[in-house]
Design a protein around this ligand. Sequence first.
Ligand code: ATP
Ligand code: MG
Length: 202
Amino acid sequence: MSRRVGVMGGTFDPIHHGHLVAASEVMASFSLDEVIFVPTGQQPFKAGRDVAPAEHRYLMAVIATASNPRFTVSRLEIERPGMSYTIDSLRALRESLGDVELFFITGADVLPQILNWKNAAELWSLAHFIGVTRPGHALQPVGLPEDGVSMLEVPAMAISSTDCRLRVAAGRPIWYLVPDGVVQYIGKHDLYRSSSHEEVSA
Ligand code: ATP
Ligand code: MG
């Protein structure tokens, strides 16, 4: 039987427990062997927003997933120049992983956008899509092909990266919203305290 591999794309600016719970729940419910977190490079729908450098977002994802042997983080999108498109990433993952079944995990807020993604009609042939519940967003697979998408209710985590960034900027805590190592990484590199981000030194 081919390996069942979950793919969770995101800006992860920063990664938080909402992402991790979603991945863990989908992994258990769909008997996945592995979940690969794929931090985005440049994102078409987030152009214009000041996103932390990819290397920071990647390293925070590595720190957050380090204790789970079935969670990994891919550099695929952050190393690809130009915009990140899910279709390209799914194709590349299929090529590099060989005989696998892919499951693309996404929160309820993202589901309605998928039809606007590049080559939307082809996405379903590359991966099965799994929409997970997210507080404040209705889980409605409107317009998505029924056999290409599944819905899963996960424990409600009213956490967003946006809120984490605002908290840090305001000097409020993010303990327990993100893994401890991520809190410490953000402090060490002084992320999100102002609108200008430092570059990661190689
Ligand atoms: P931002 O506020 O910067 O958009 P975010 O918290 O939405 O950050 P993303 O990196 O944009 O995080 O999301 C990556 C994926 O994780 C998306 O599919 C999103 O829907 C999902 N997701 C994020 N937070 C949650 C959550 N609390 N519960 C369920 N899914 C989530
Ligand atoms: Mg988001």
